[in-house]
Design a protein around this ligand. Structure first.
Ligand code: THU
Length: 138
């Protein structure tokens, strides 16, 4: 159950953030996605000189998990900010609209999205709270 592993999930996101490639915005984001079986996949944002083709940390984490064959997820933690290297960020980083829609493809409305400033300071929202009435073809 993700609730017993929130600290681990947040520290994985903090760890992933260290690998952010963000020379243009200097905004470093890390995400950690937990599968229903308990595995954790990390993602970091990766920018590009052709700005729009950069990828967010959340979708990066999903791509890693999906590429490994995973399809069922229990929670995601996200940390982001301009701070260079400390583990306590000044604000919460909320997933962009594109990432919210990406999450909605694979997760139910009650999927927990943990926004963290540090291991001890976090807020949990559901996917439906962040993207009500998500588009689905099914
Ligand atoms: N970014 C993410 O990685 N996740 C979000 O939810 C919001 C934005 C990245 C994209 C870009 O590399 C940088 O943050 C500034 O927008």
């Amino acid at each position: 159950m993700y609730k017993d592993r929130i600290n681990e999930l947040i520290s994985s996101a903090i760890d992933a953030r260290r690998n952010s490639y963000s020379p243009y915005s200097h905004f470093c984001v890390g995400a950690a996605l937990m599968t229903k079986s308990g595995k954790i996949y990390k993602g970091a944002n990766a920018e590009n000189s052709s700005y729009p083709i950069g990828i967010c940390a959340e979708r990066s984490a999903f791509a890693a998990a999906l590429s490994d064959g995973e399809r069922e997820f229990s929670a995601i933690a996200v940390v982001g900010g301009n701070e260079r290297e400390n583990n306590v960020l000044s604000d919460f980083c909320s997933p962009c609209g594109m990432c919210r829609q990406f999450i909605a493809e694979f997760c139910d409305g009650d999927f927990p999205i943990i926004l963290a400033k540090s291991i001890d300071e976090y807020k949990i929202y559901t996917a439906a709270e962040l993207l009500p009435f998500a588009f689905k073809l099914k």
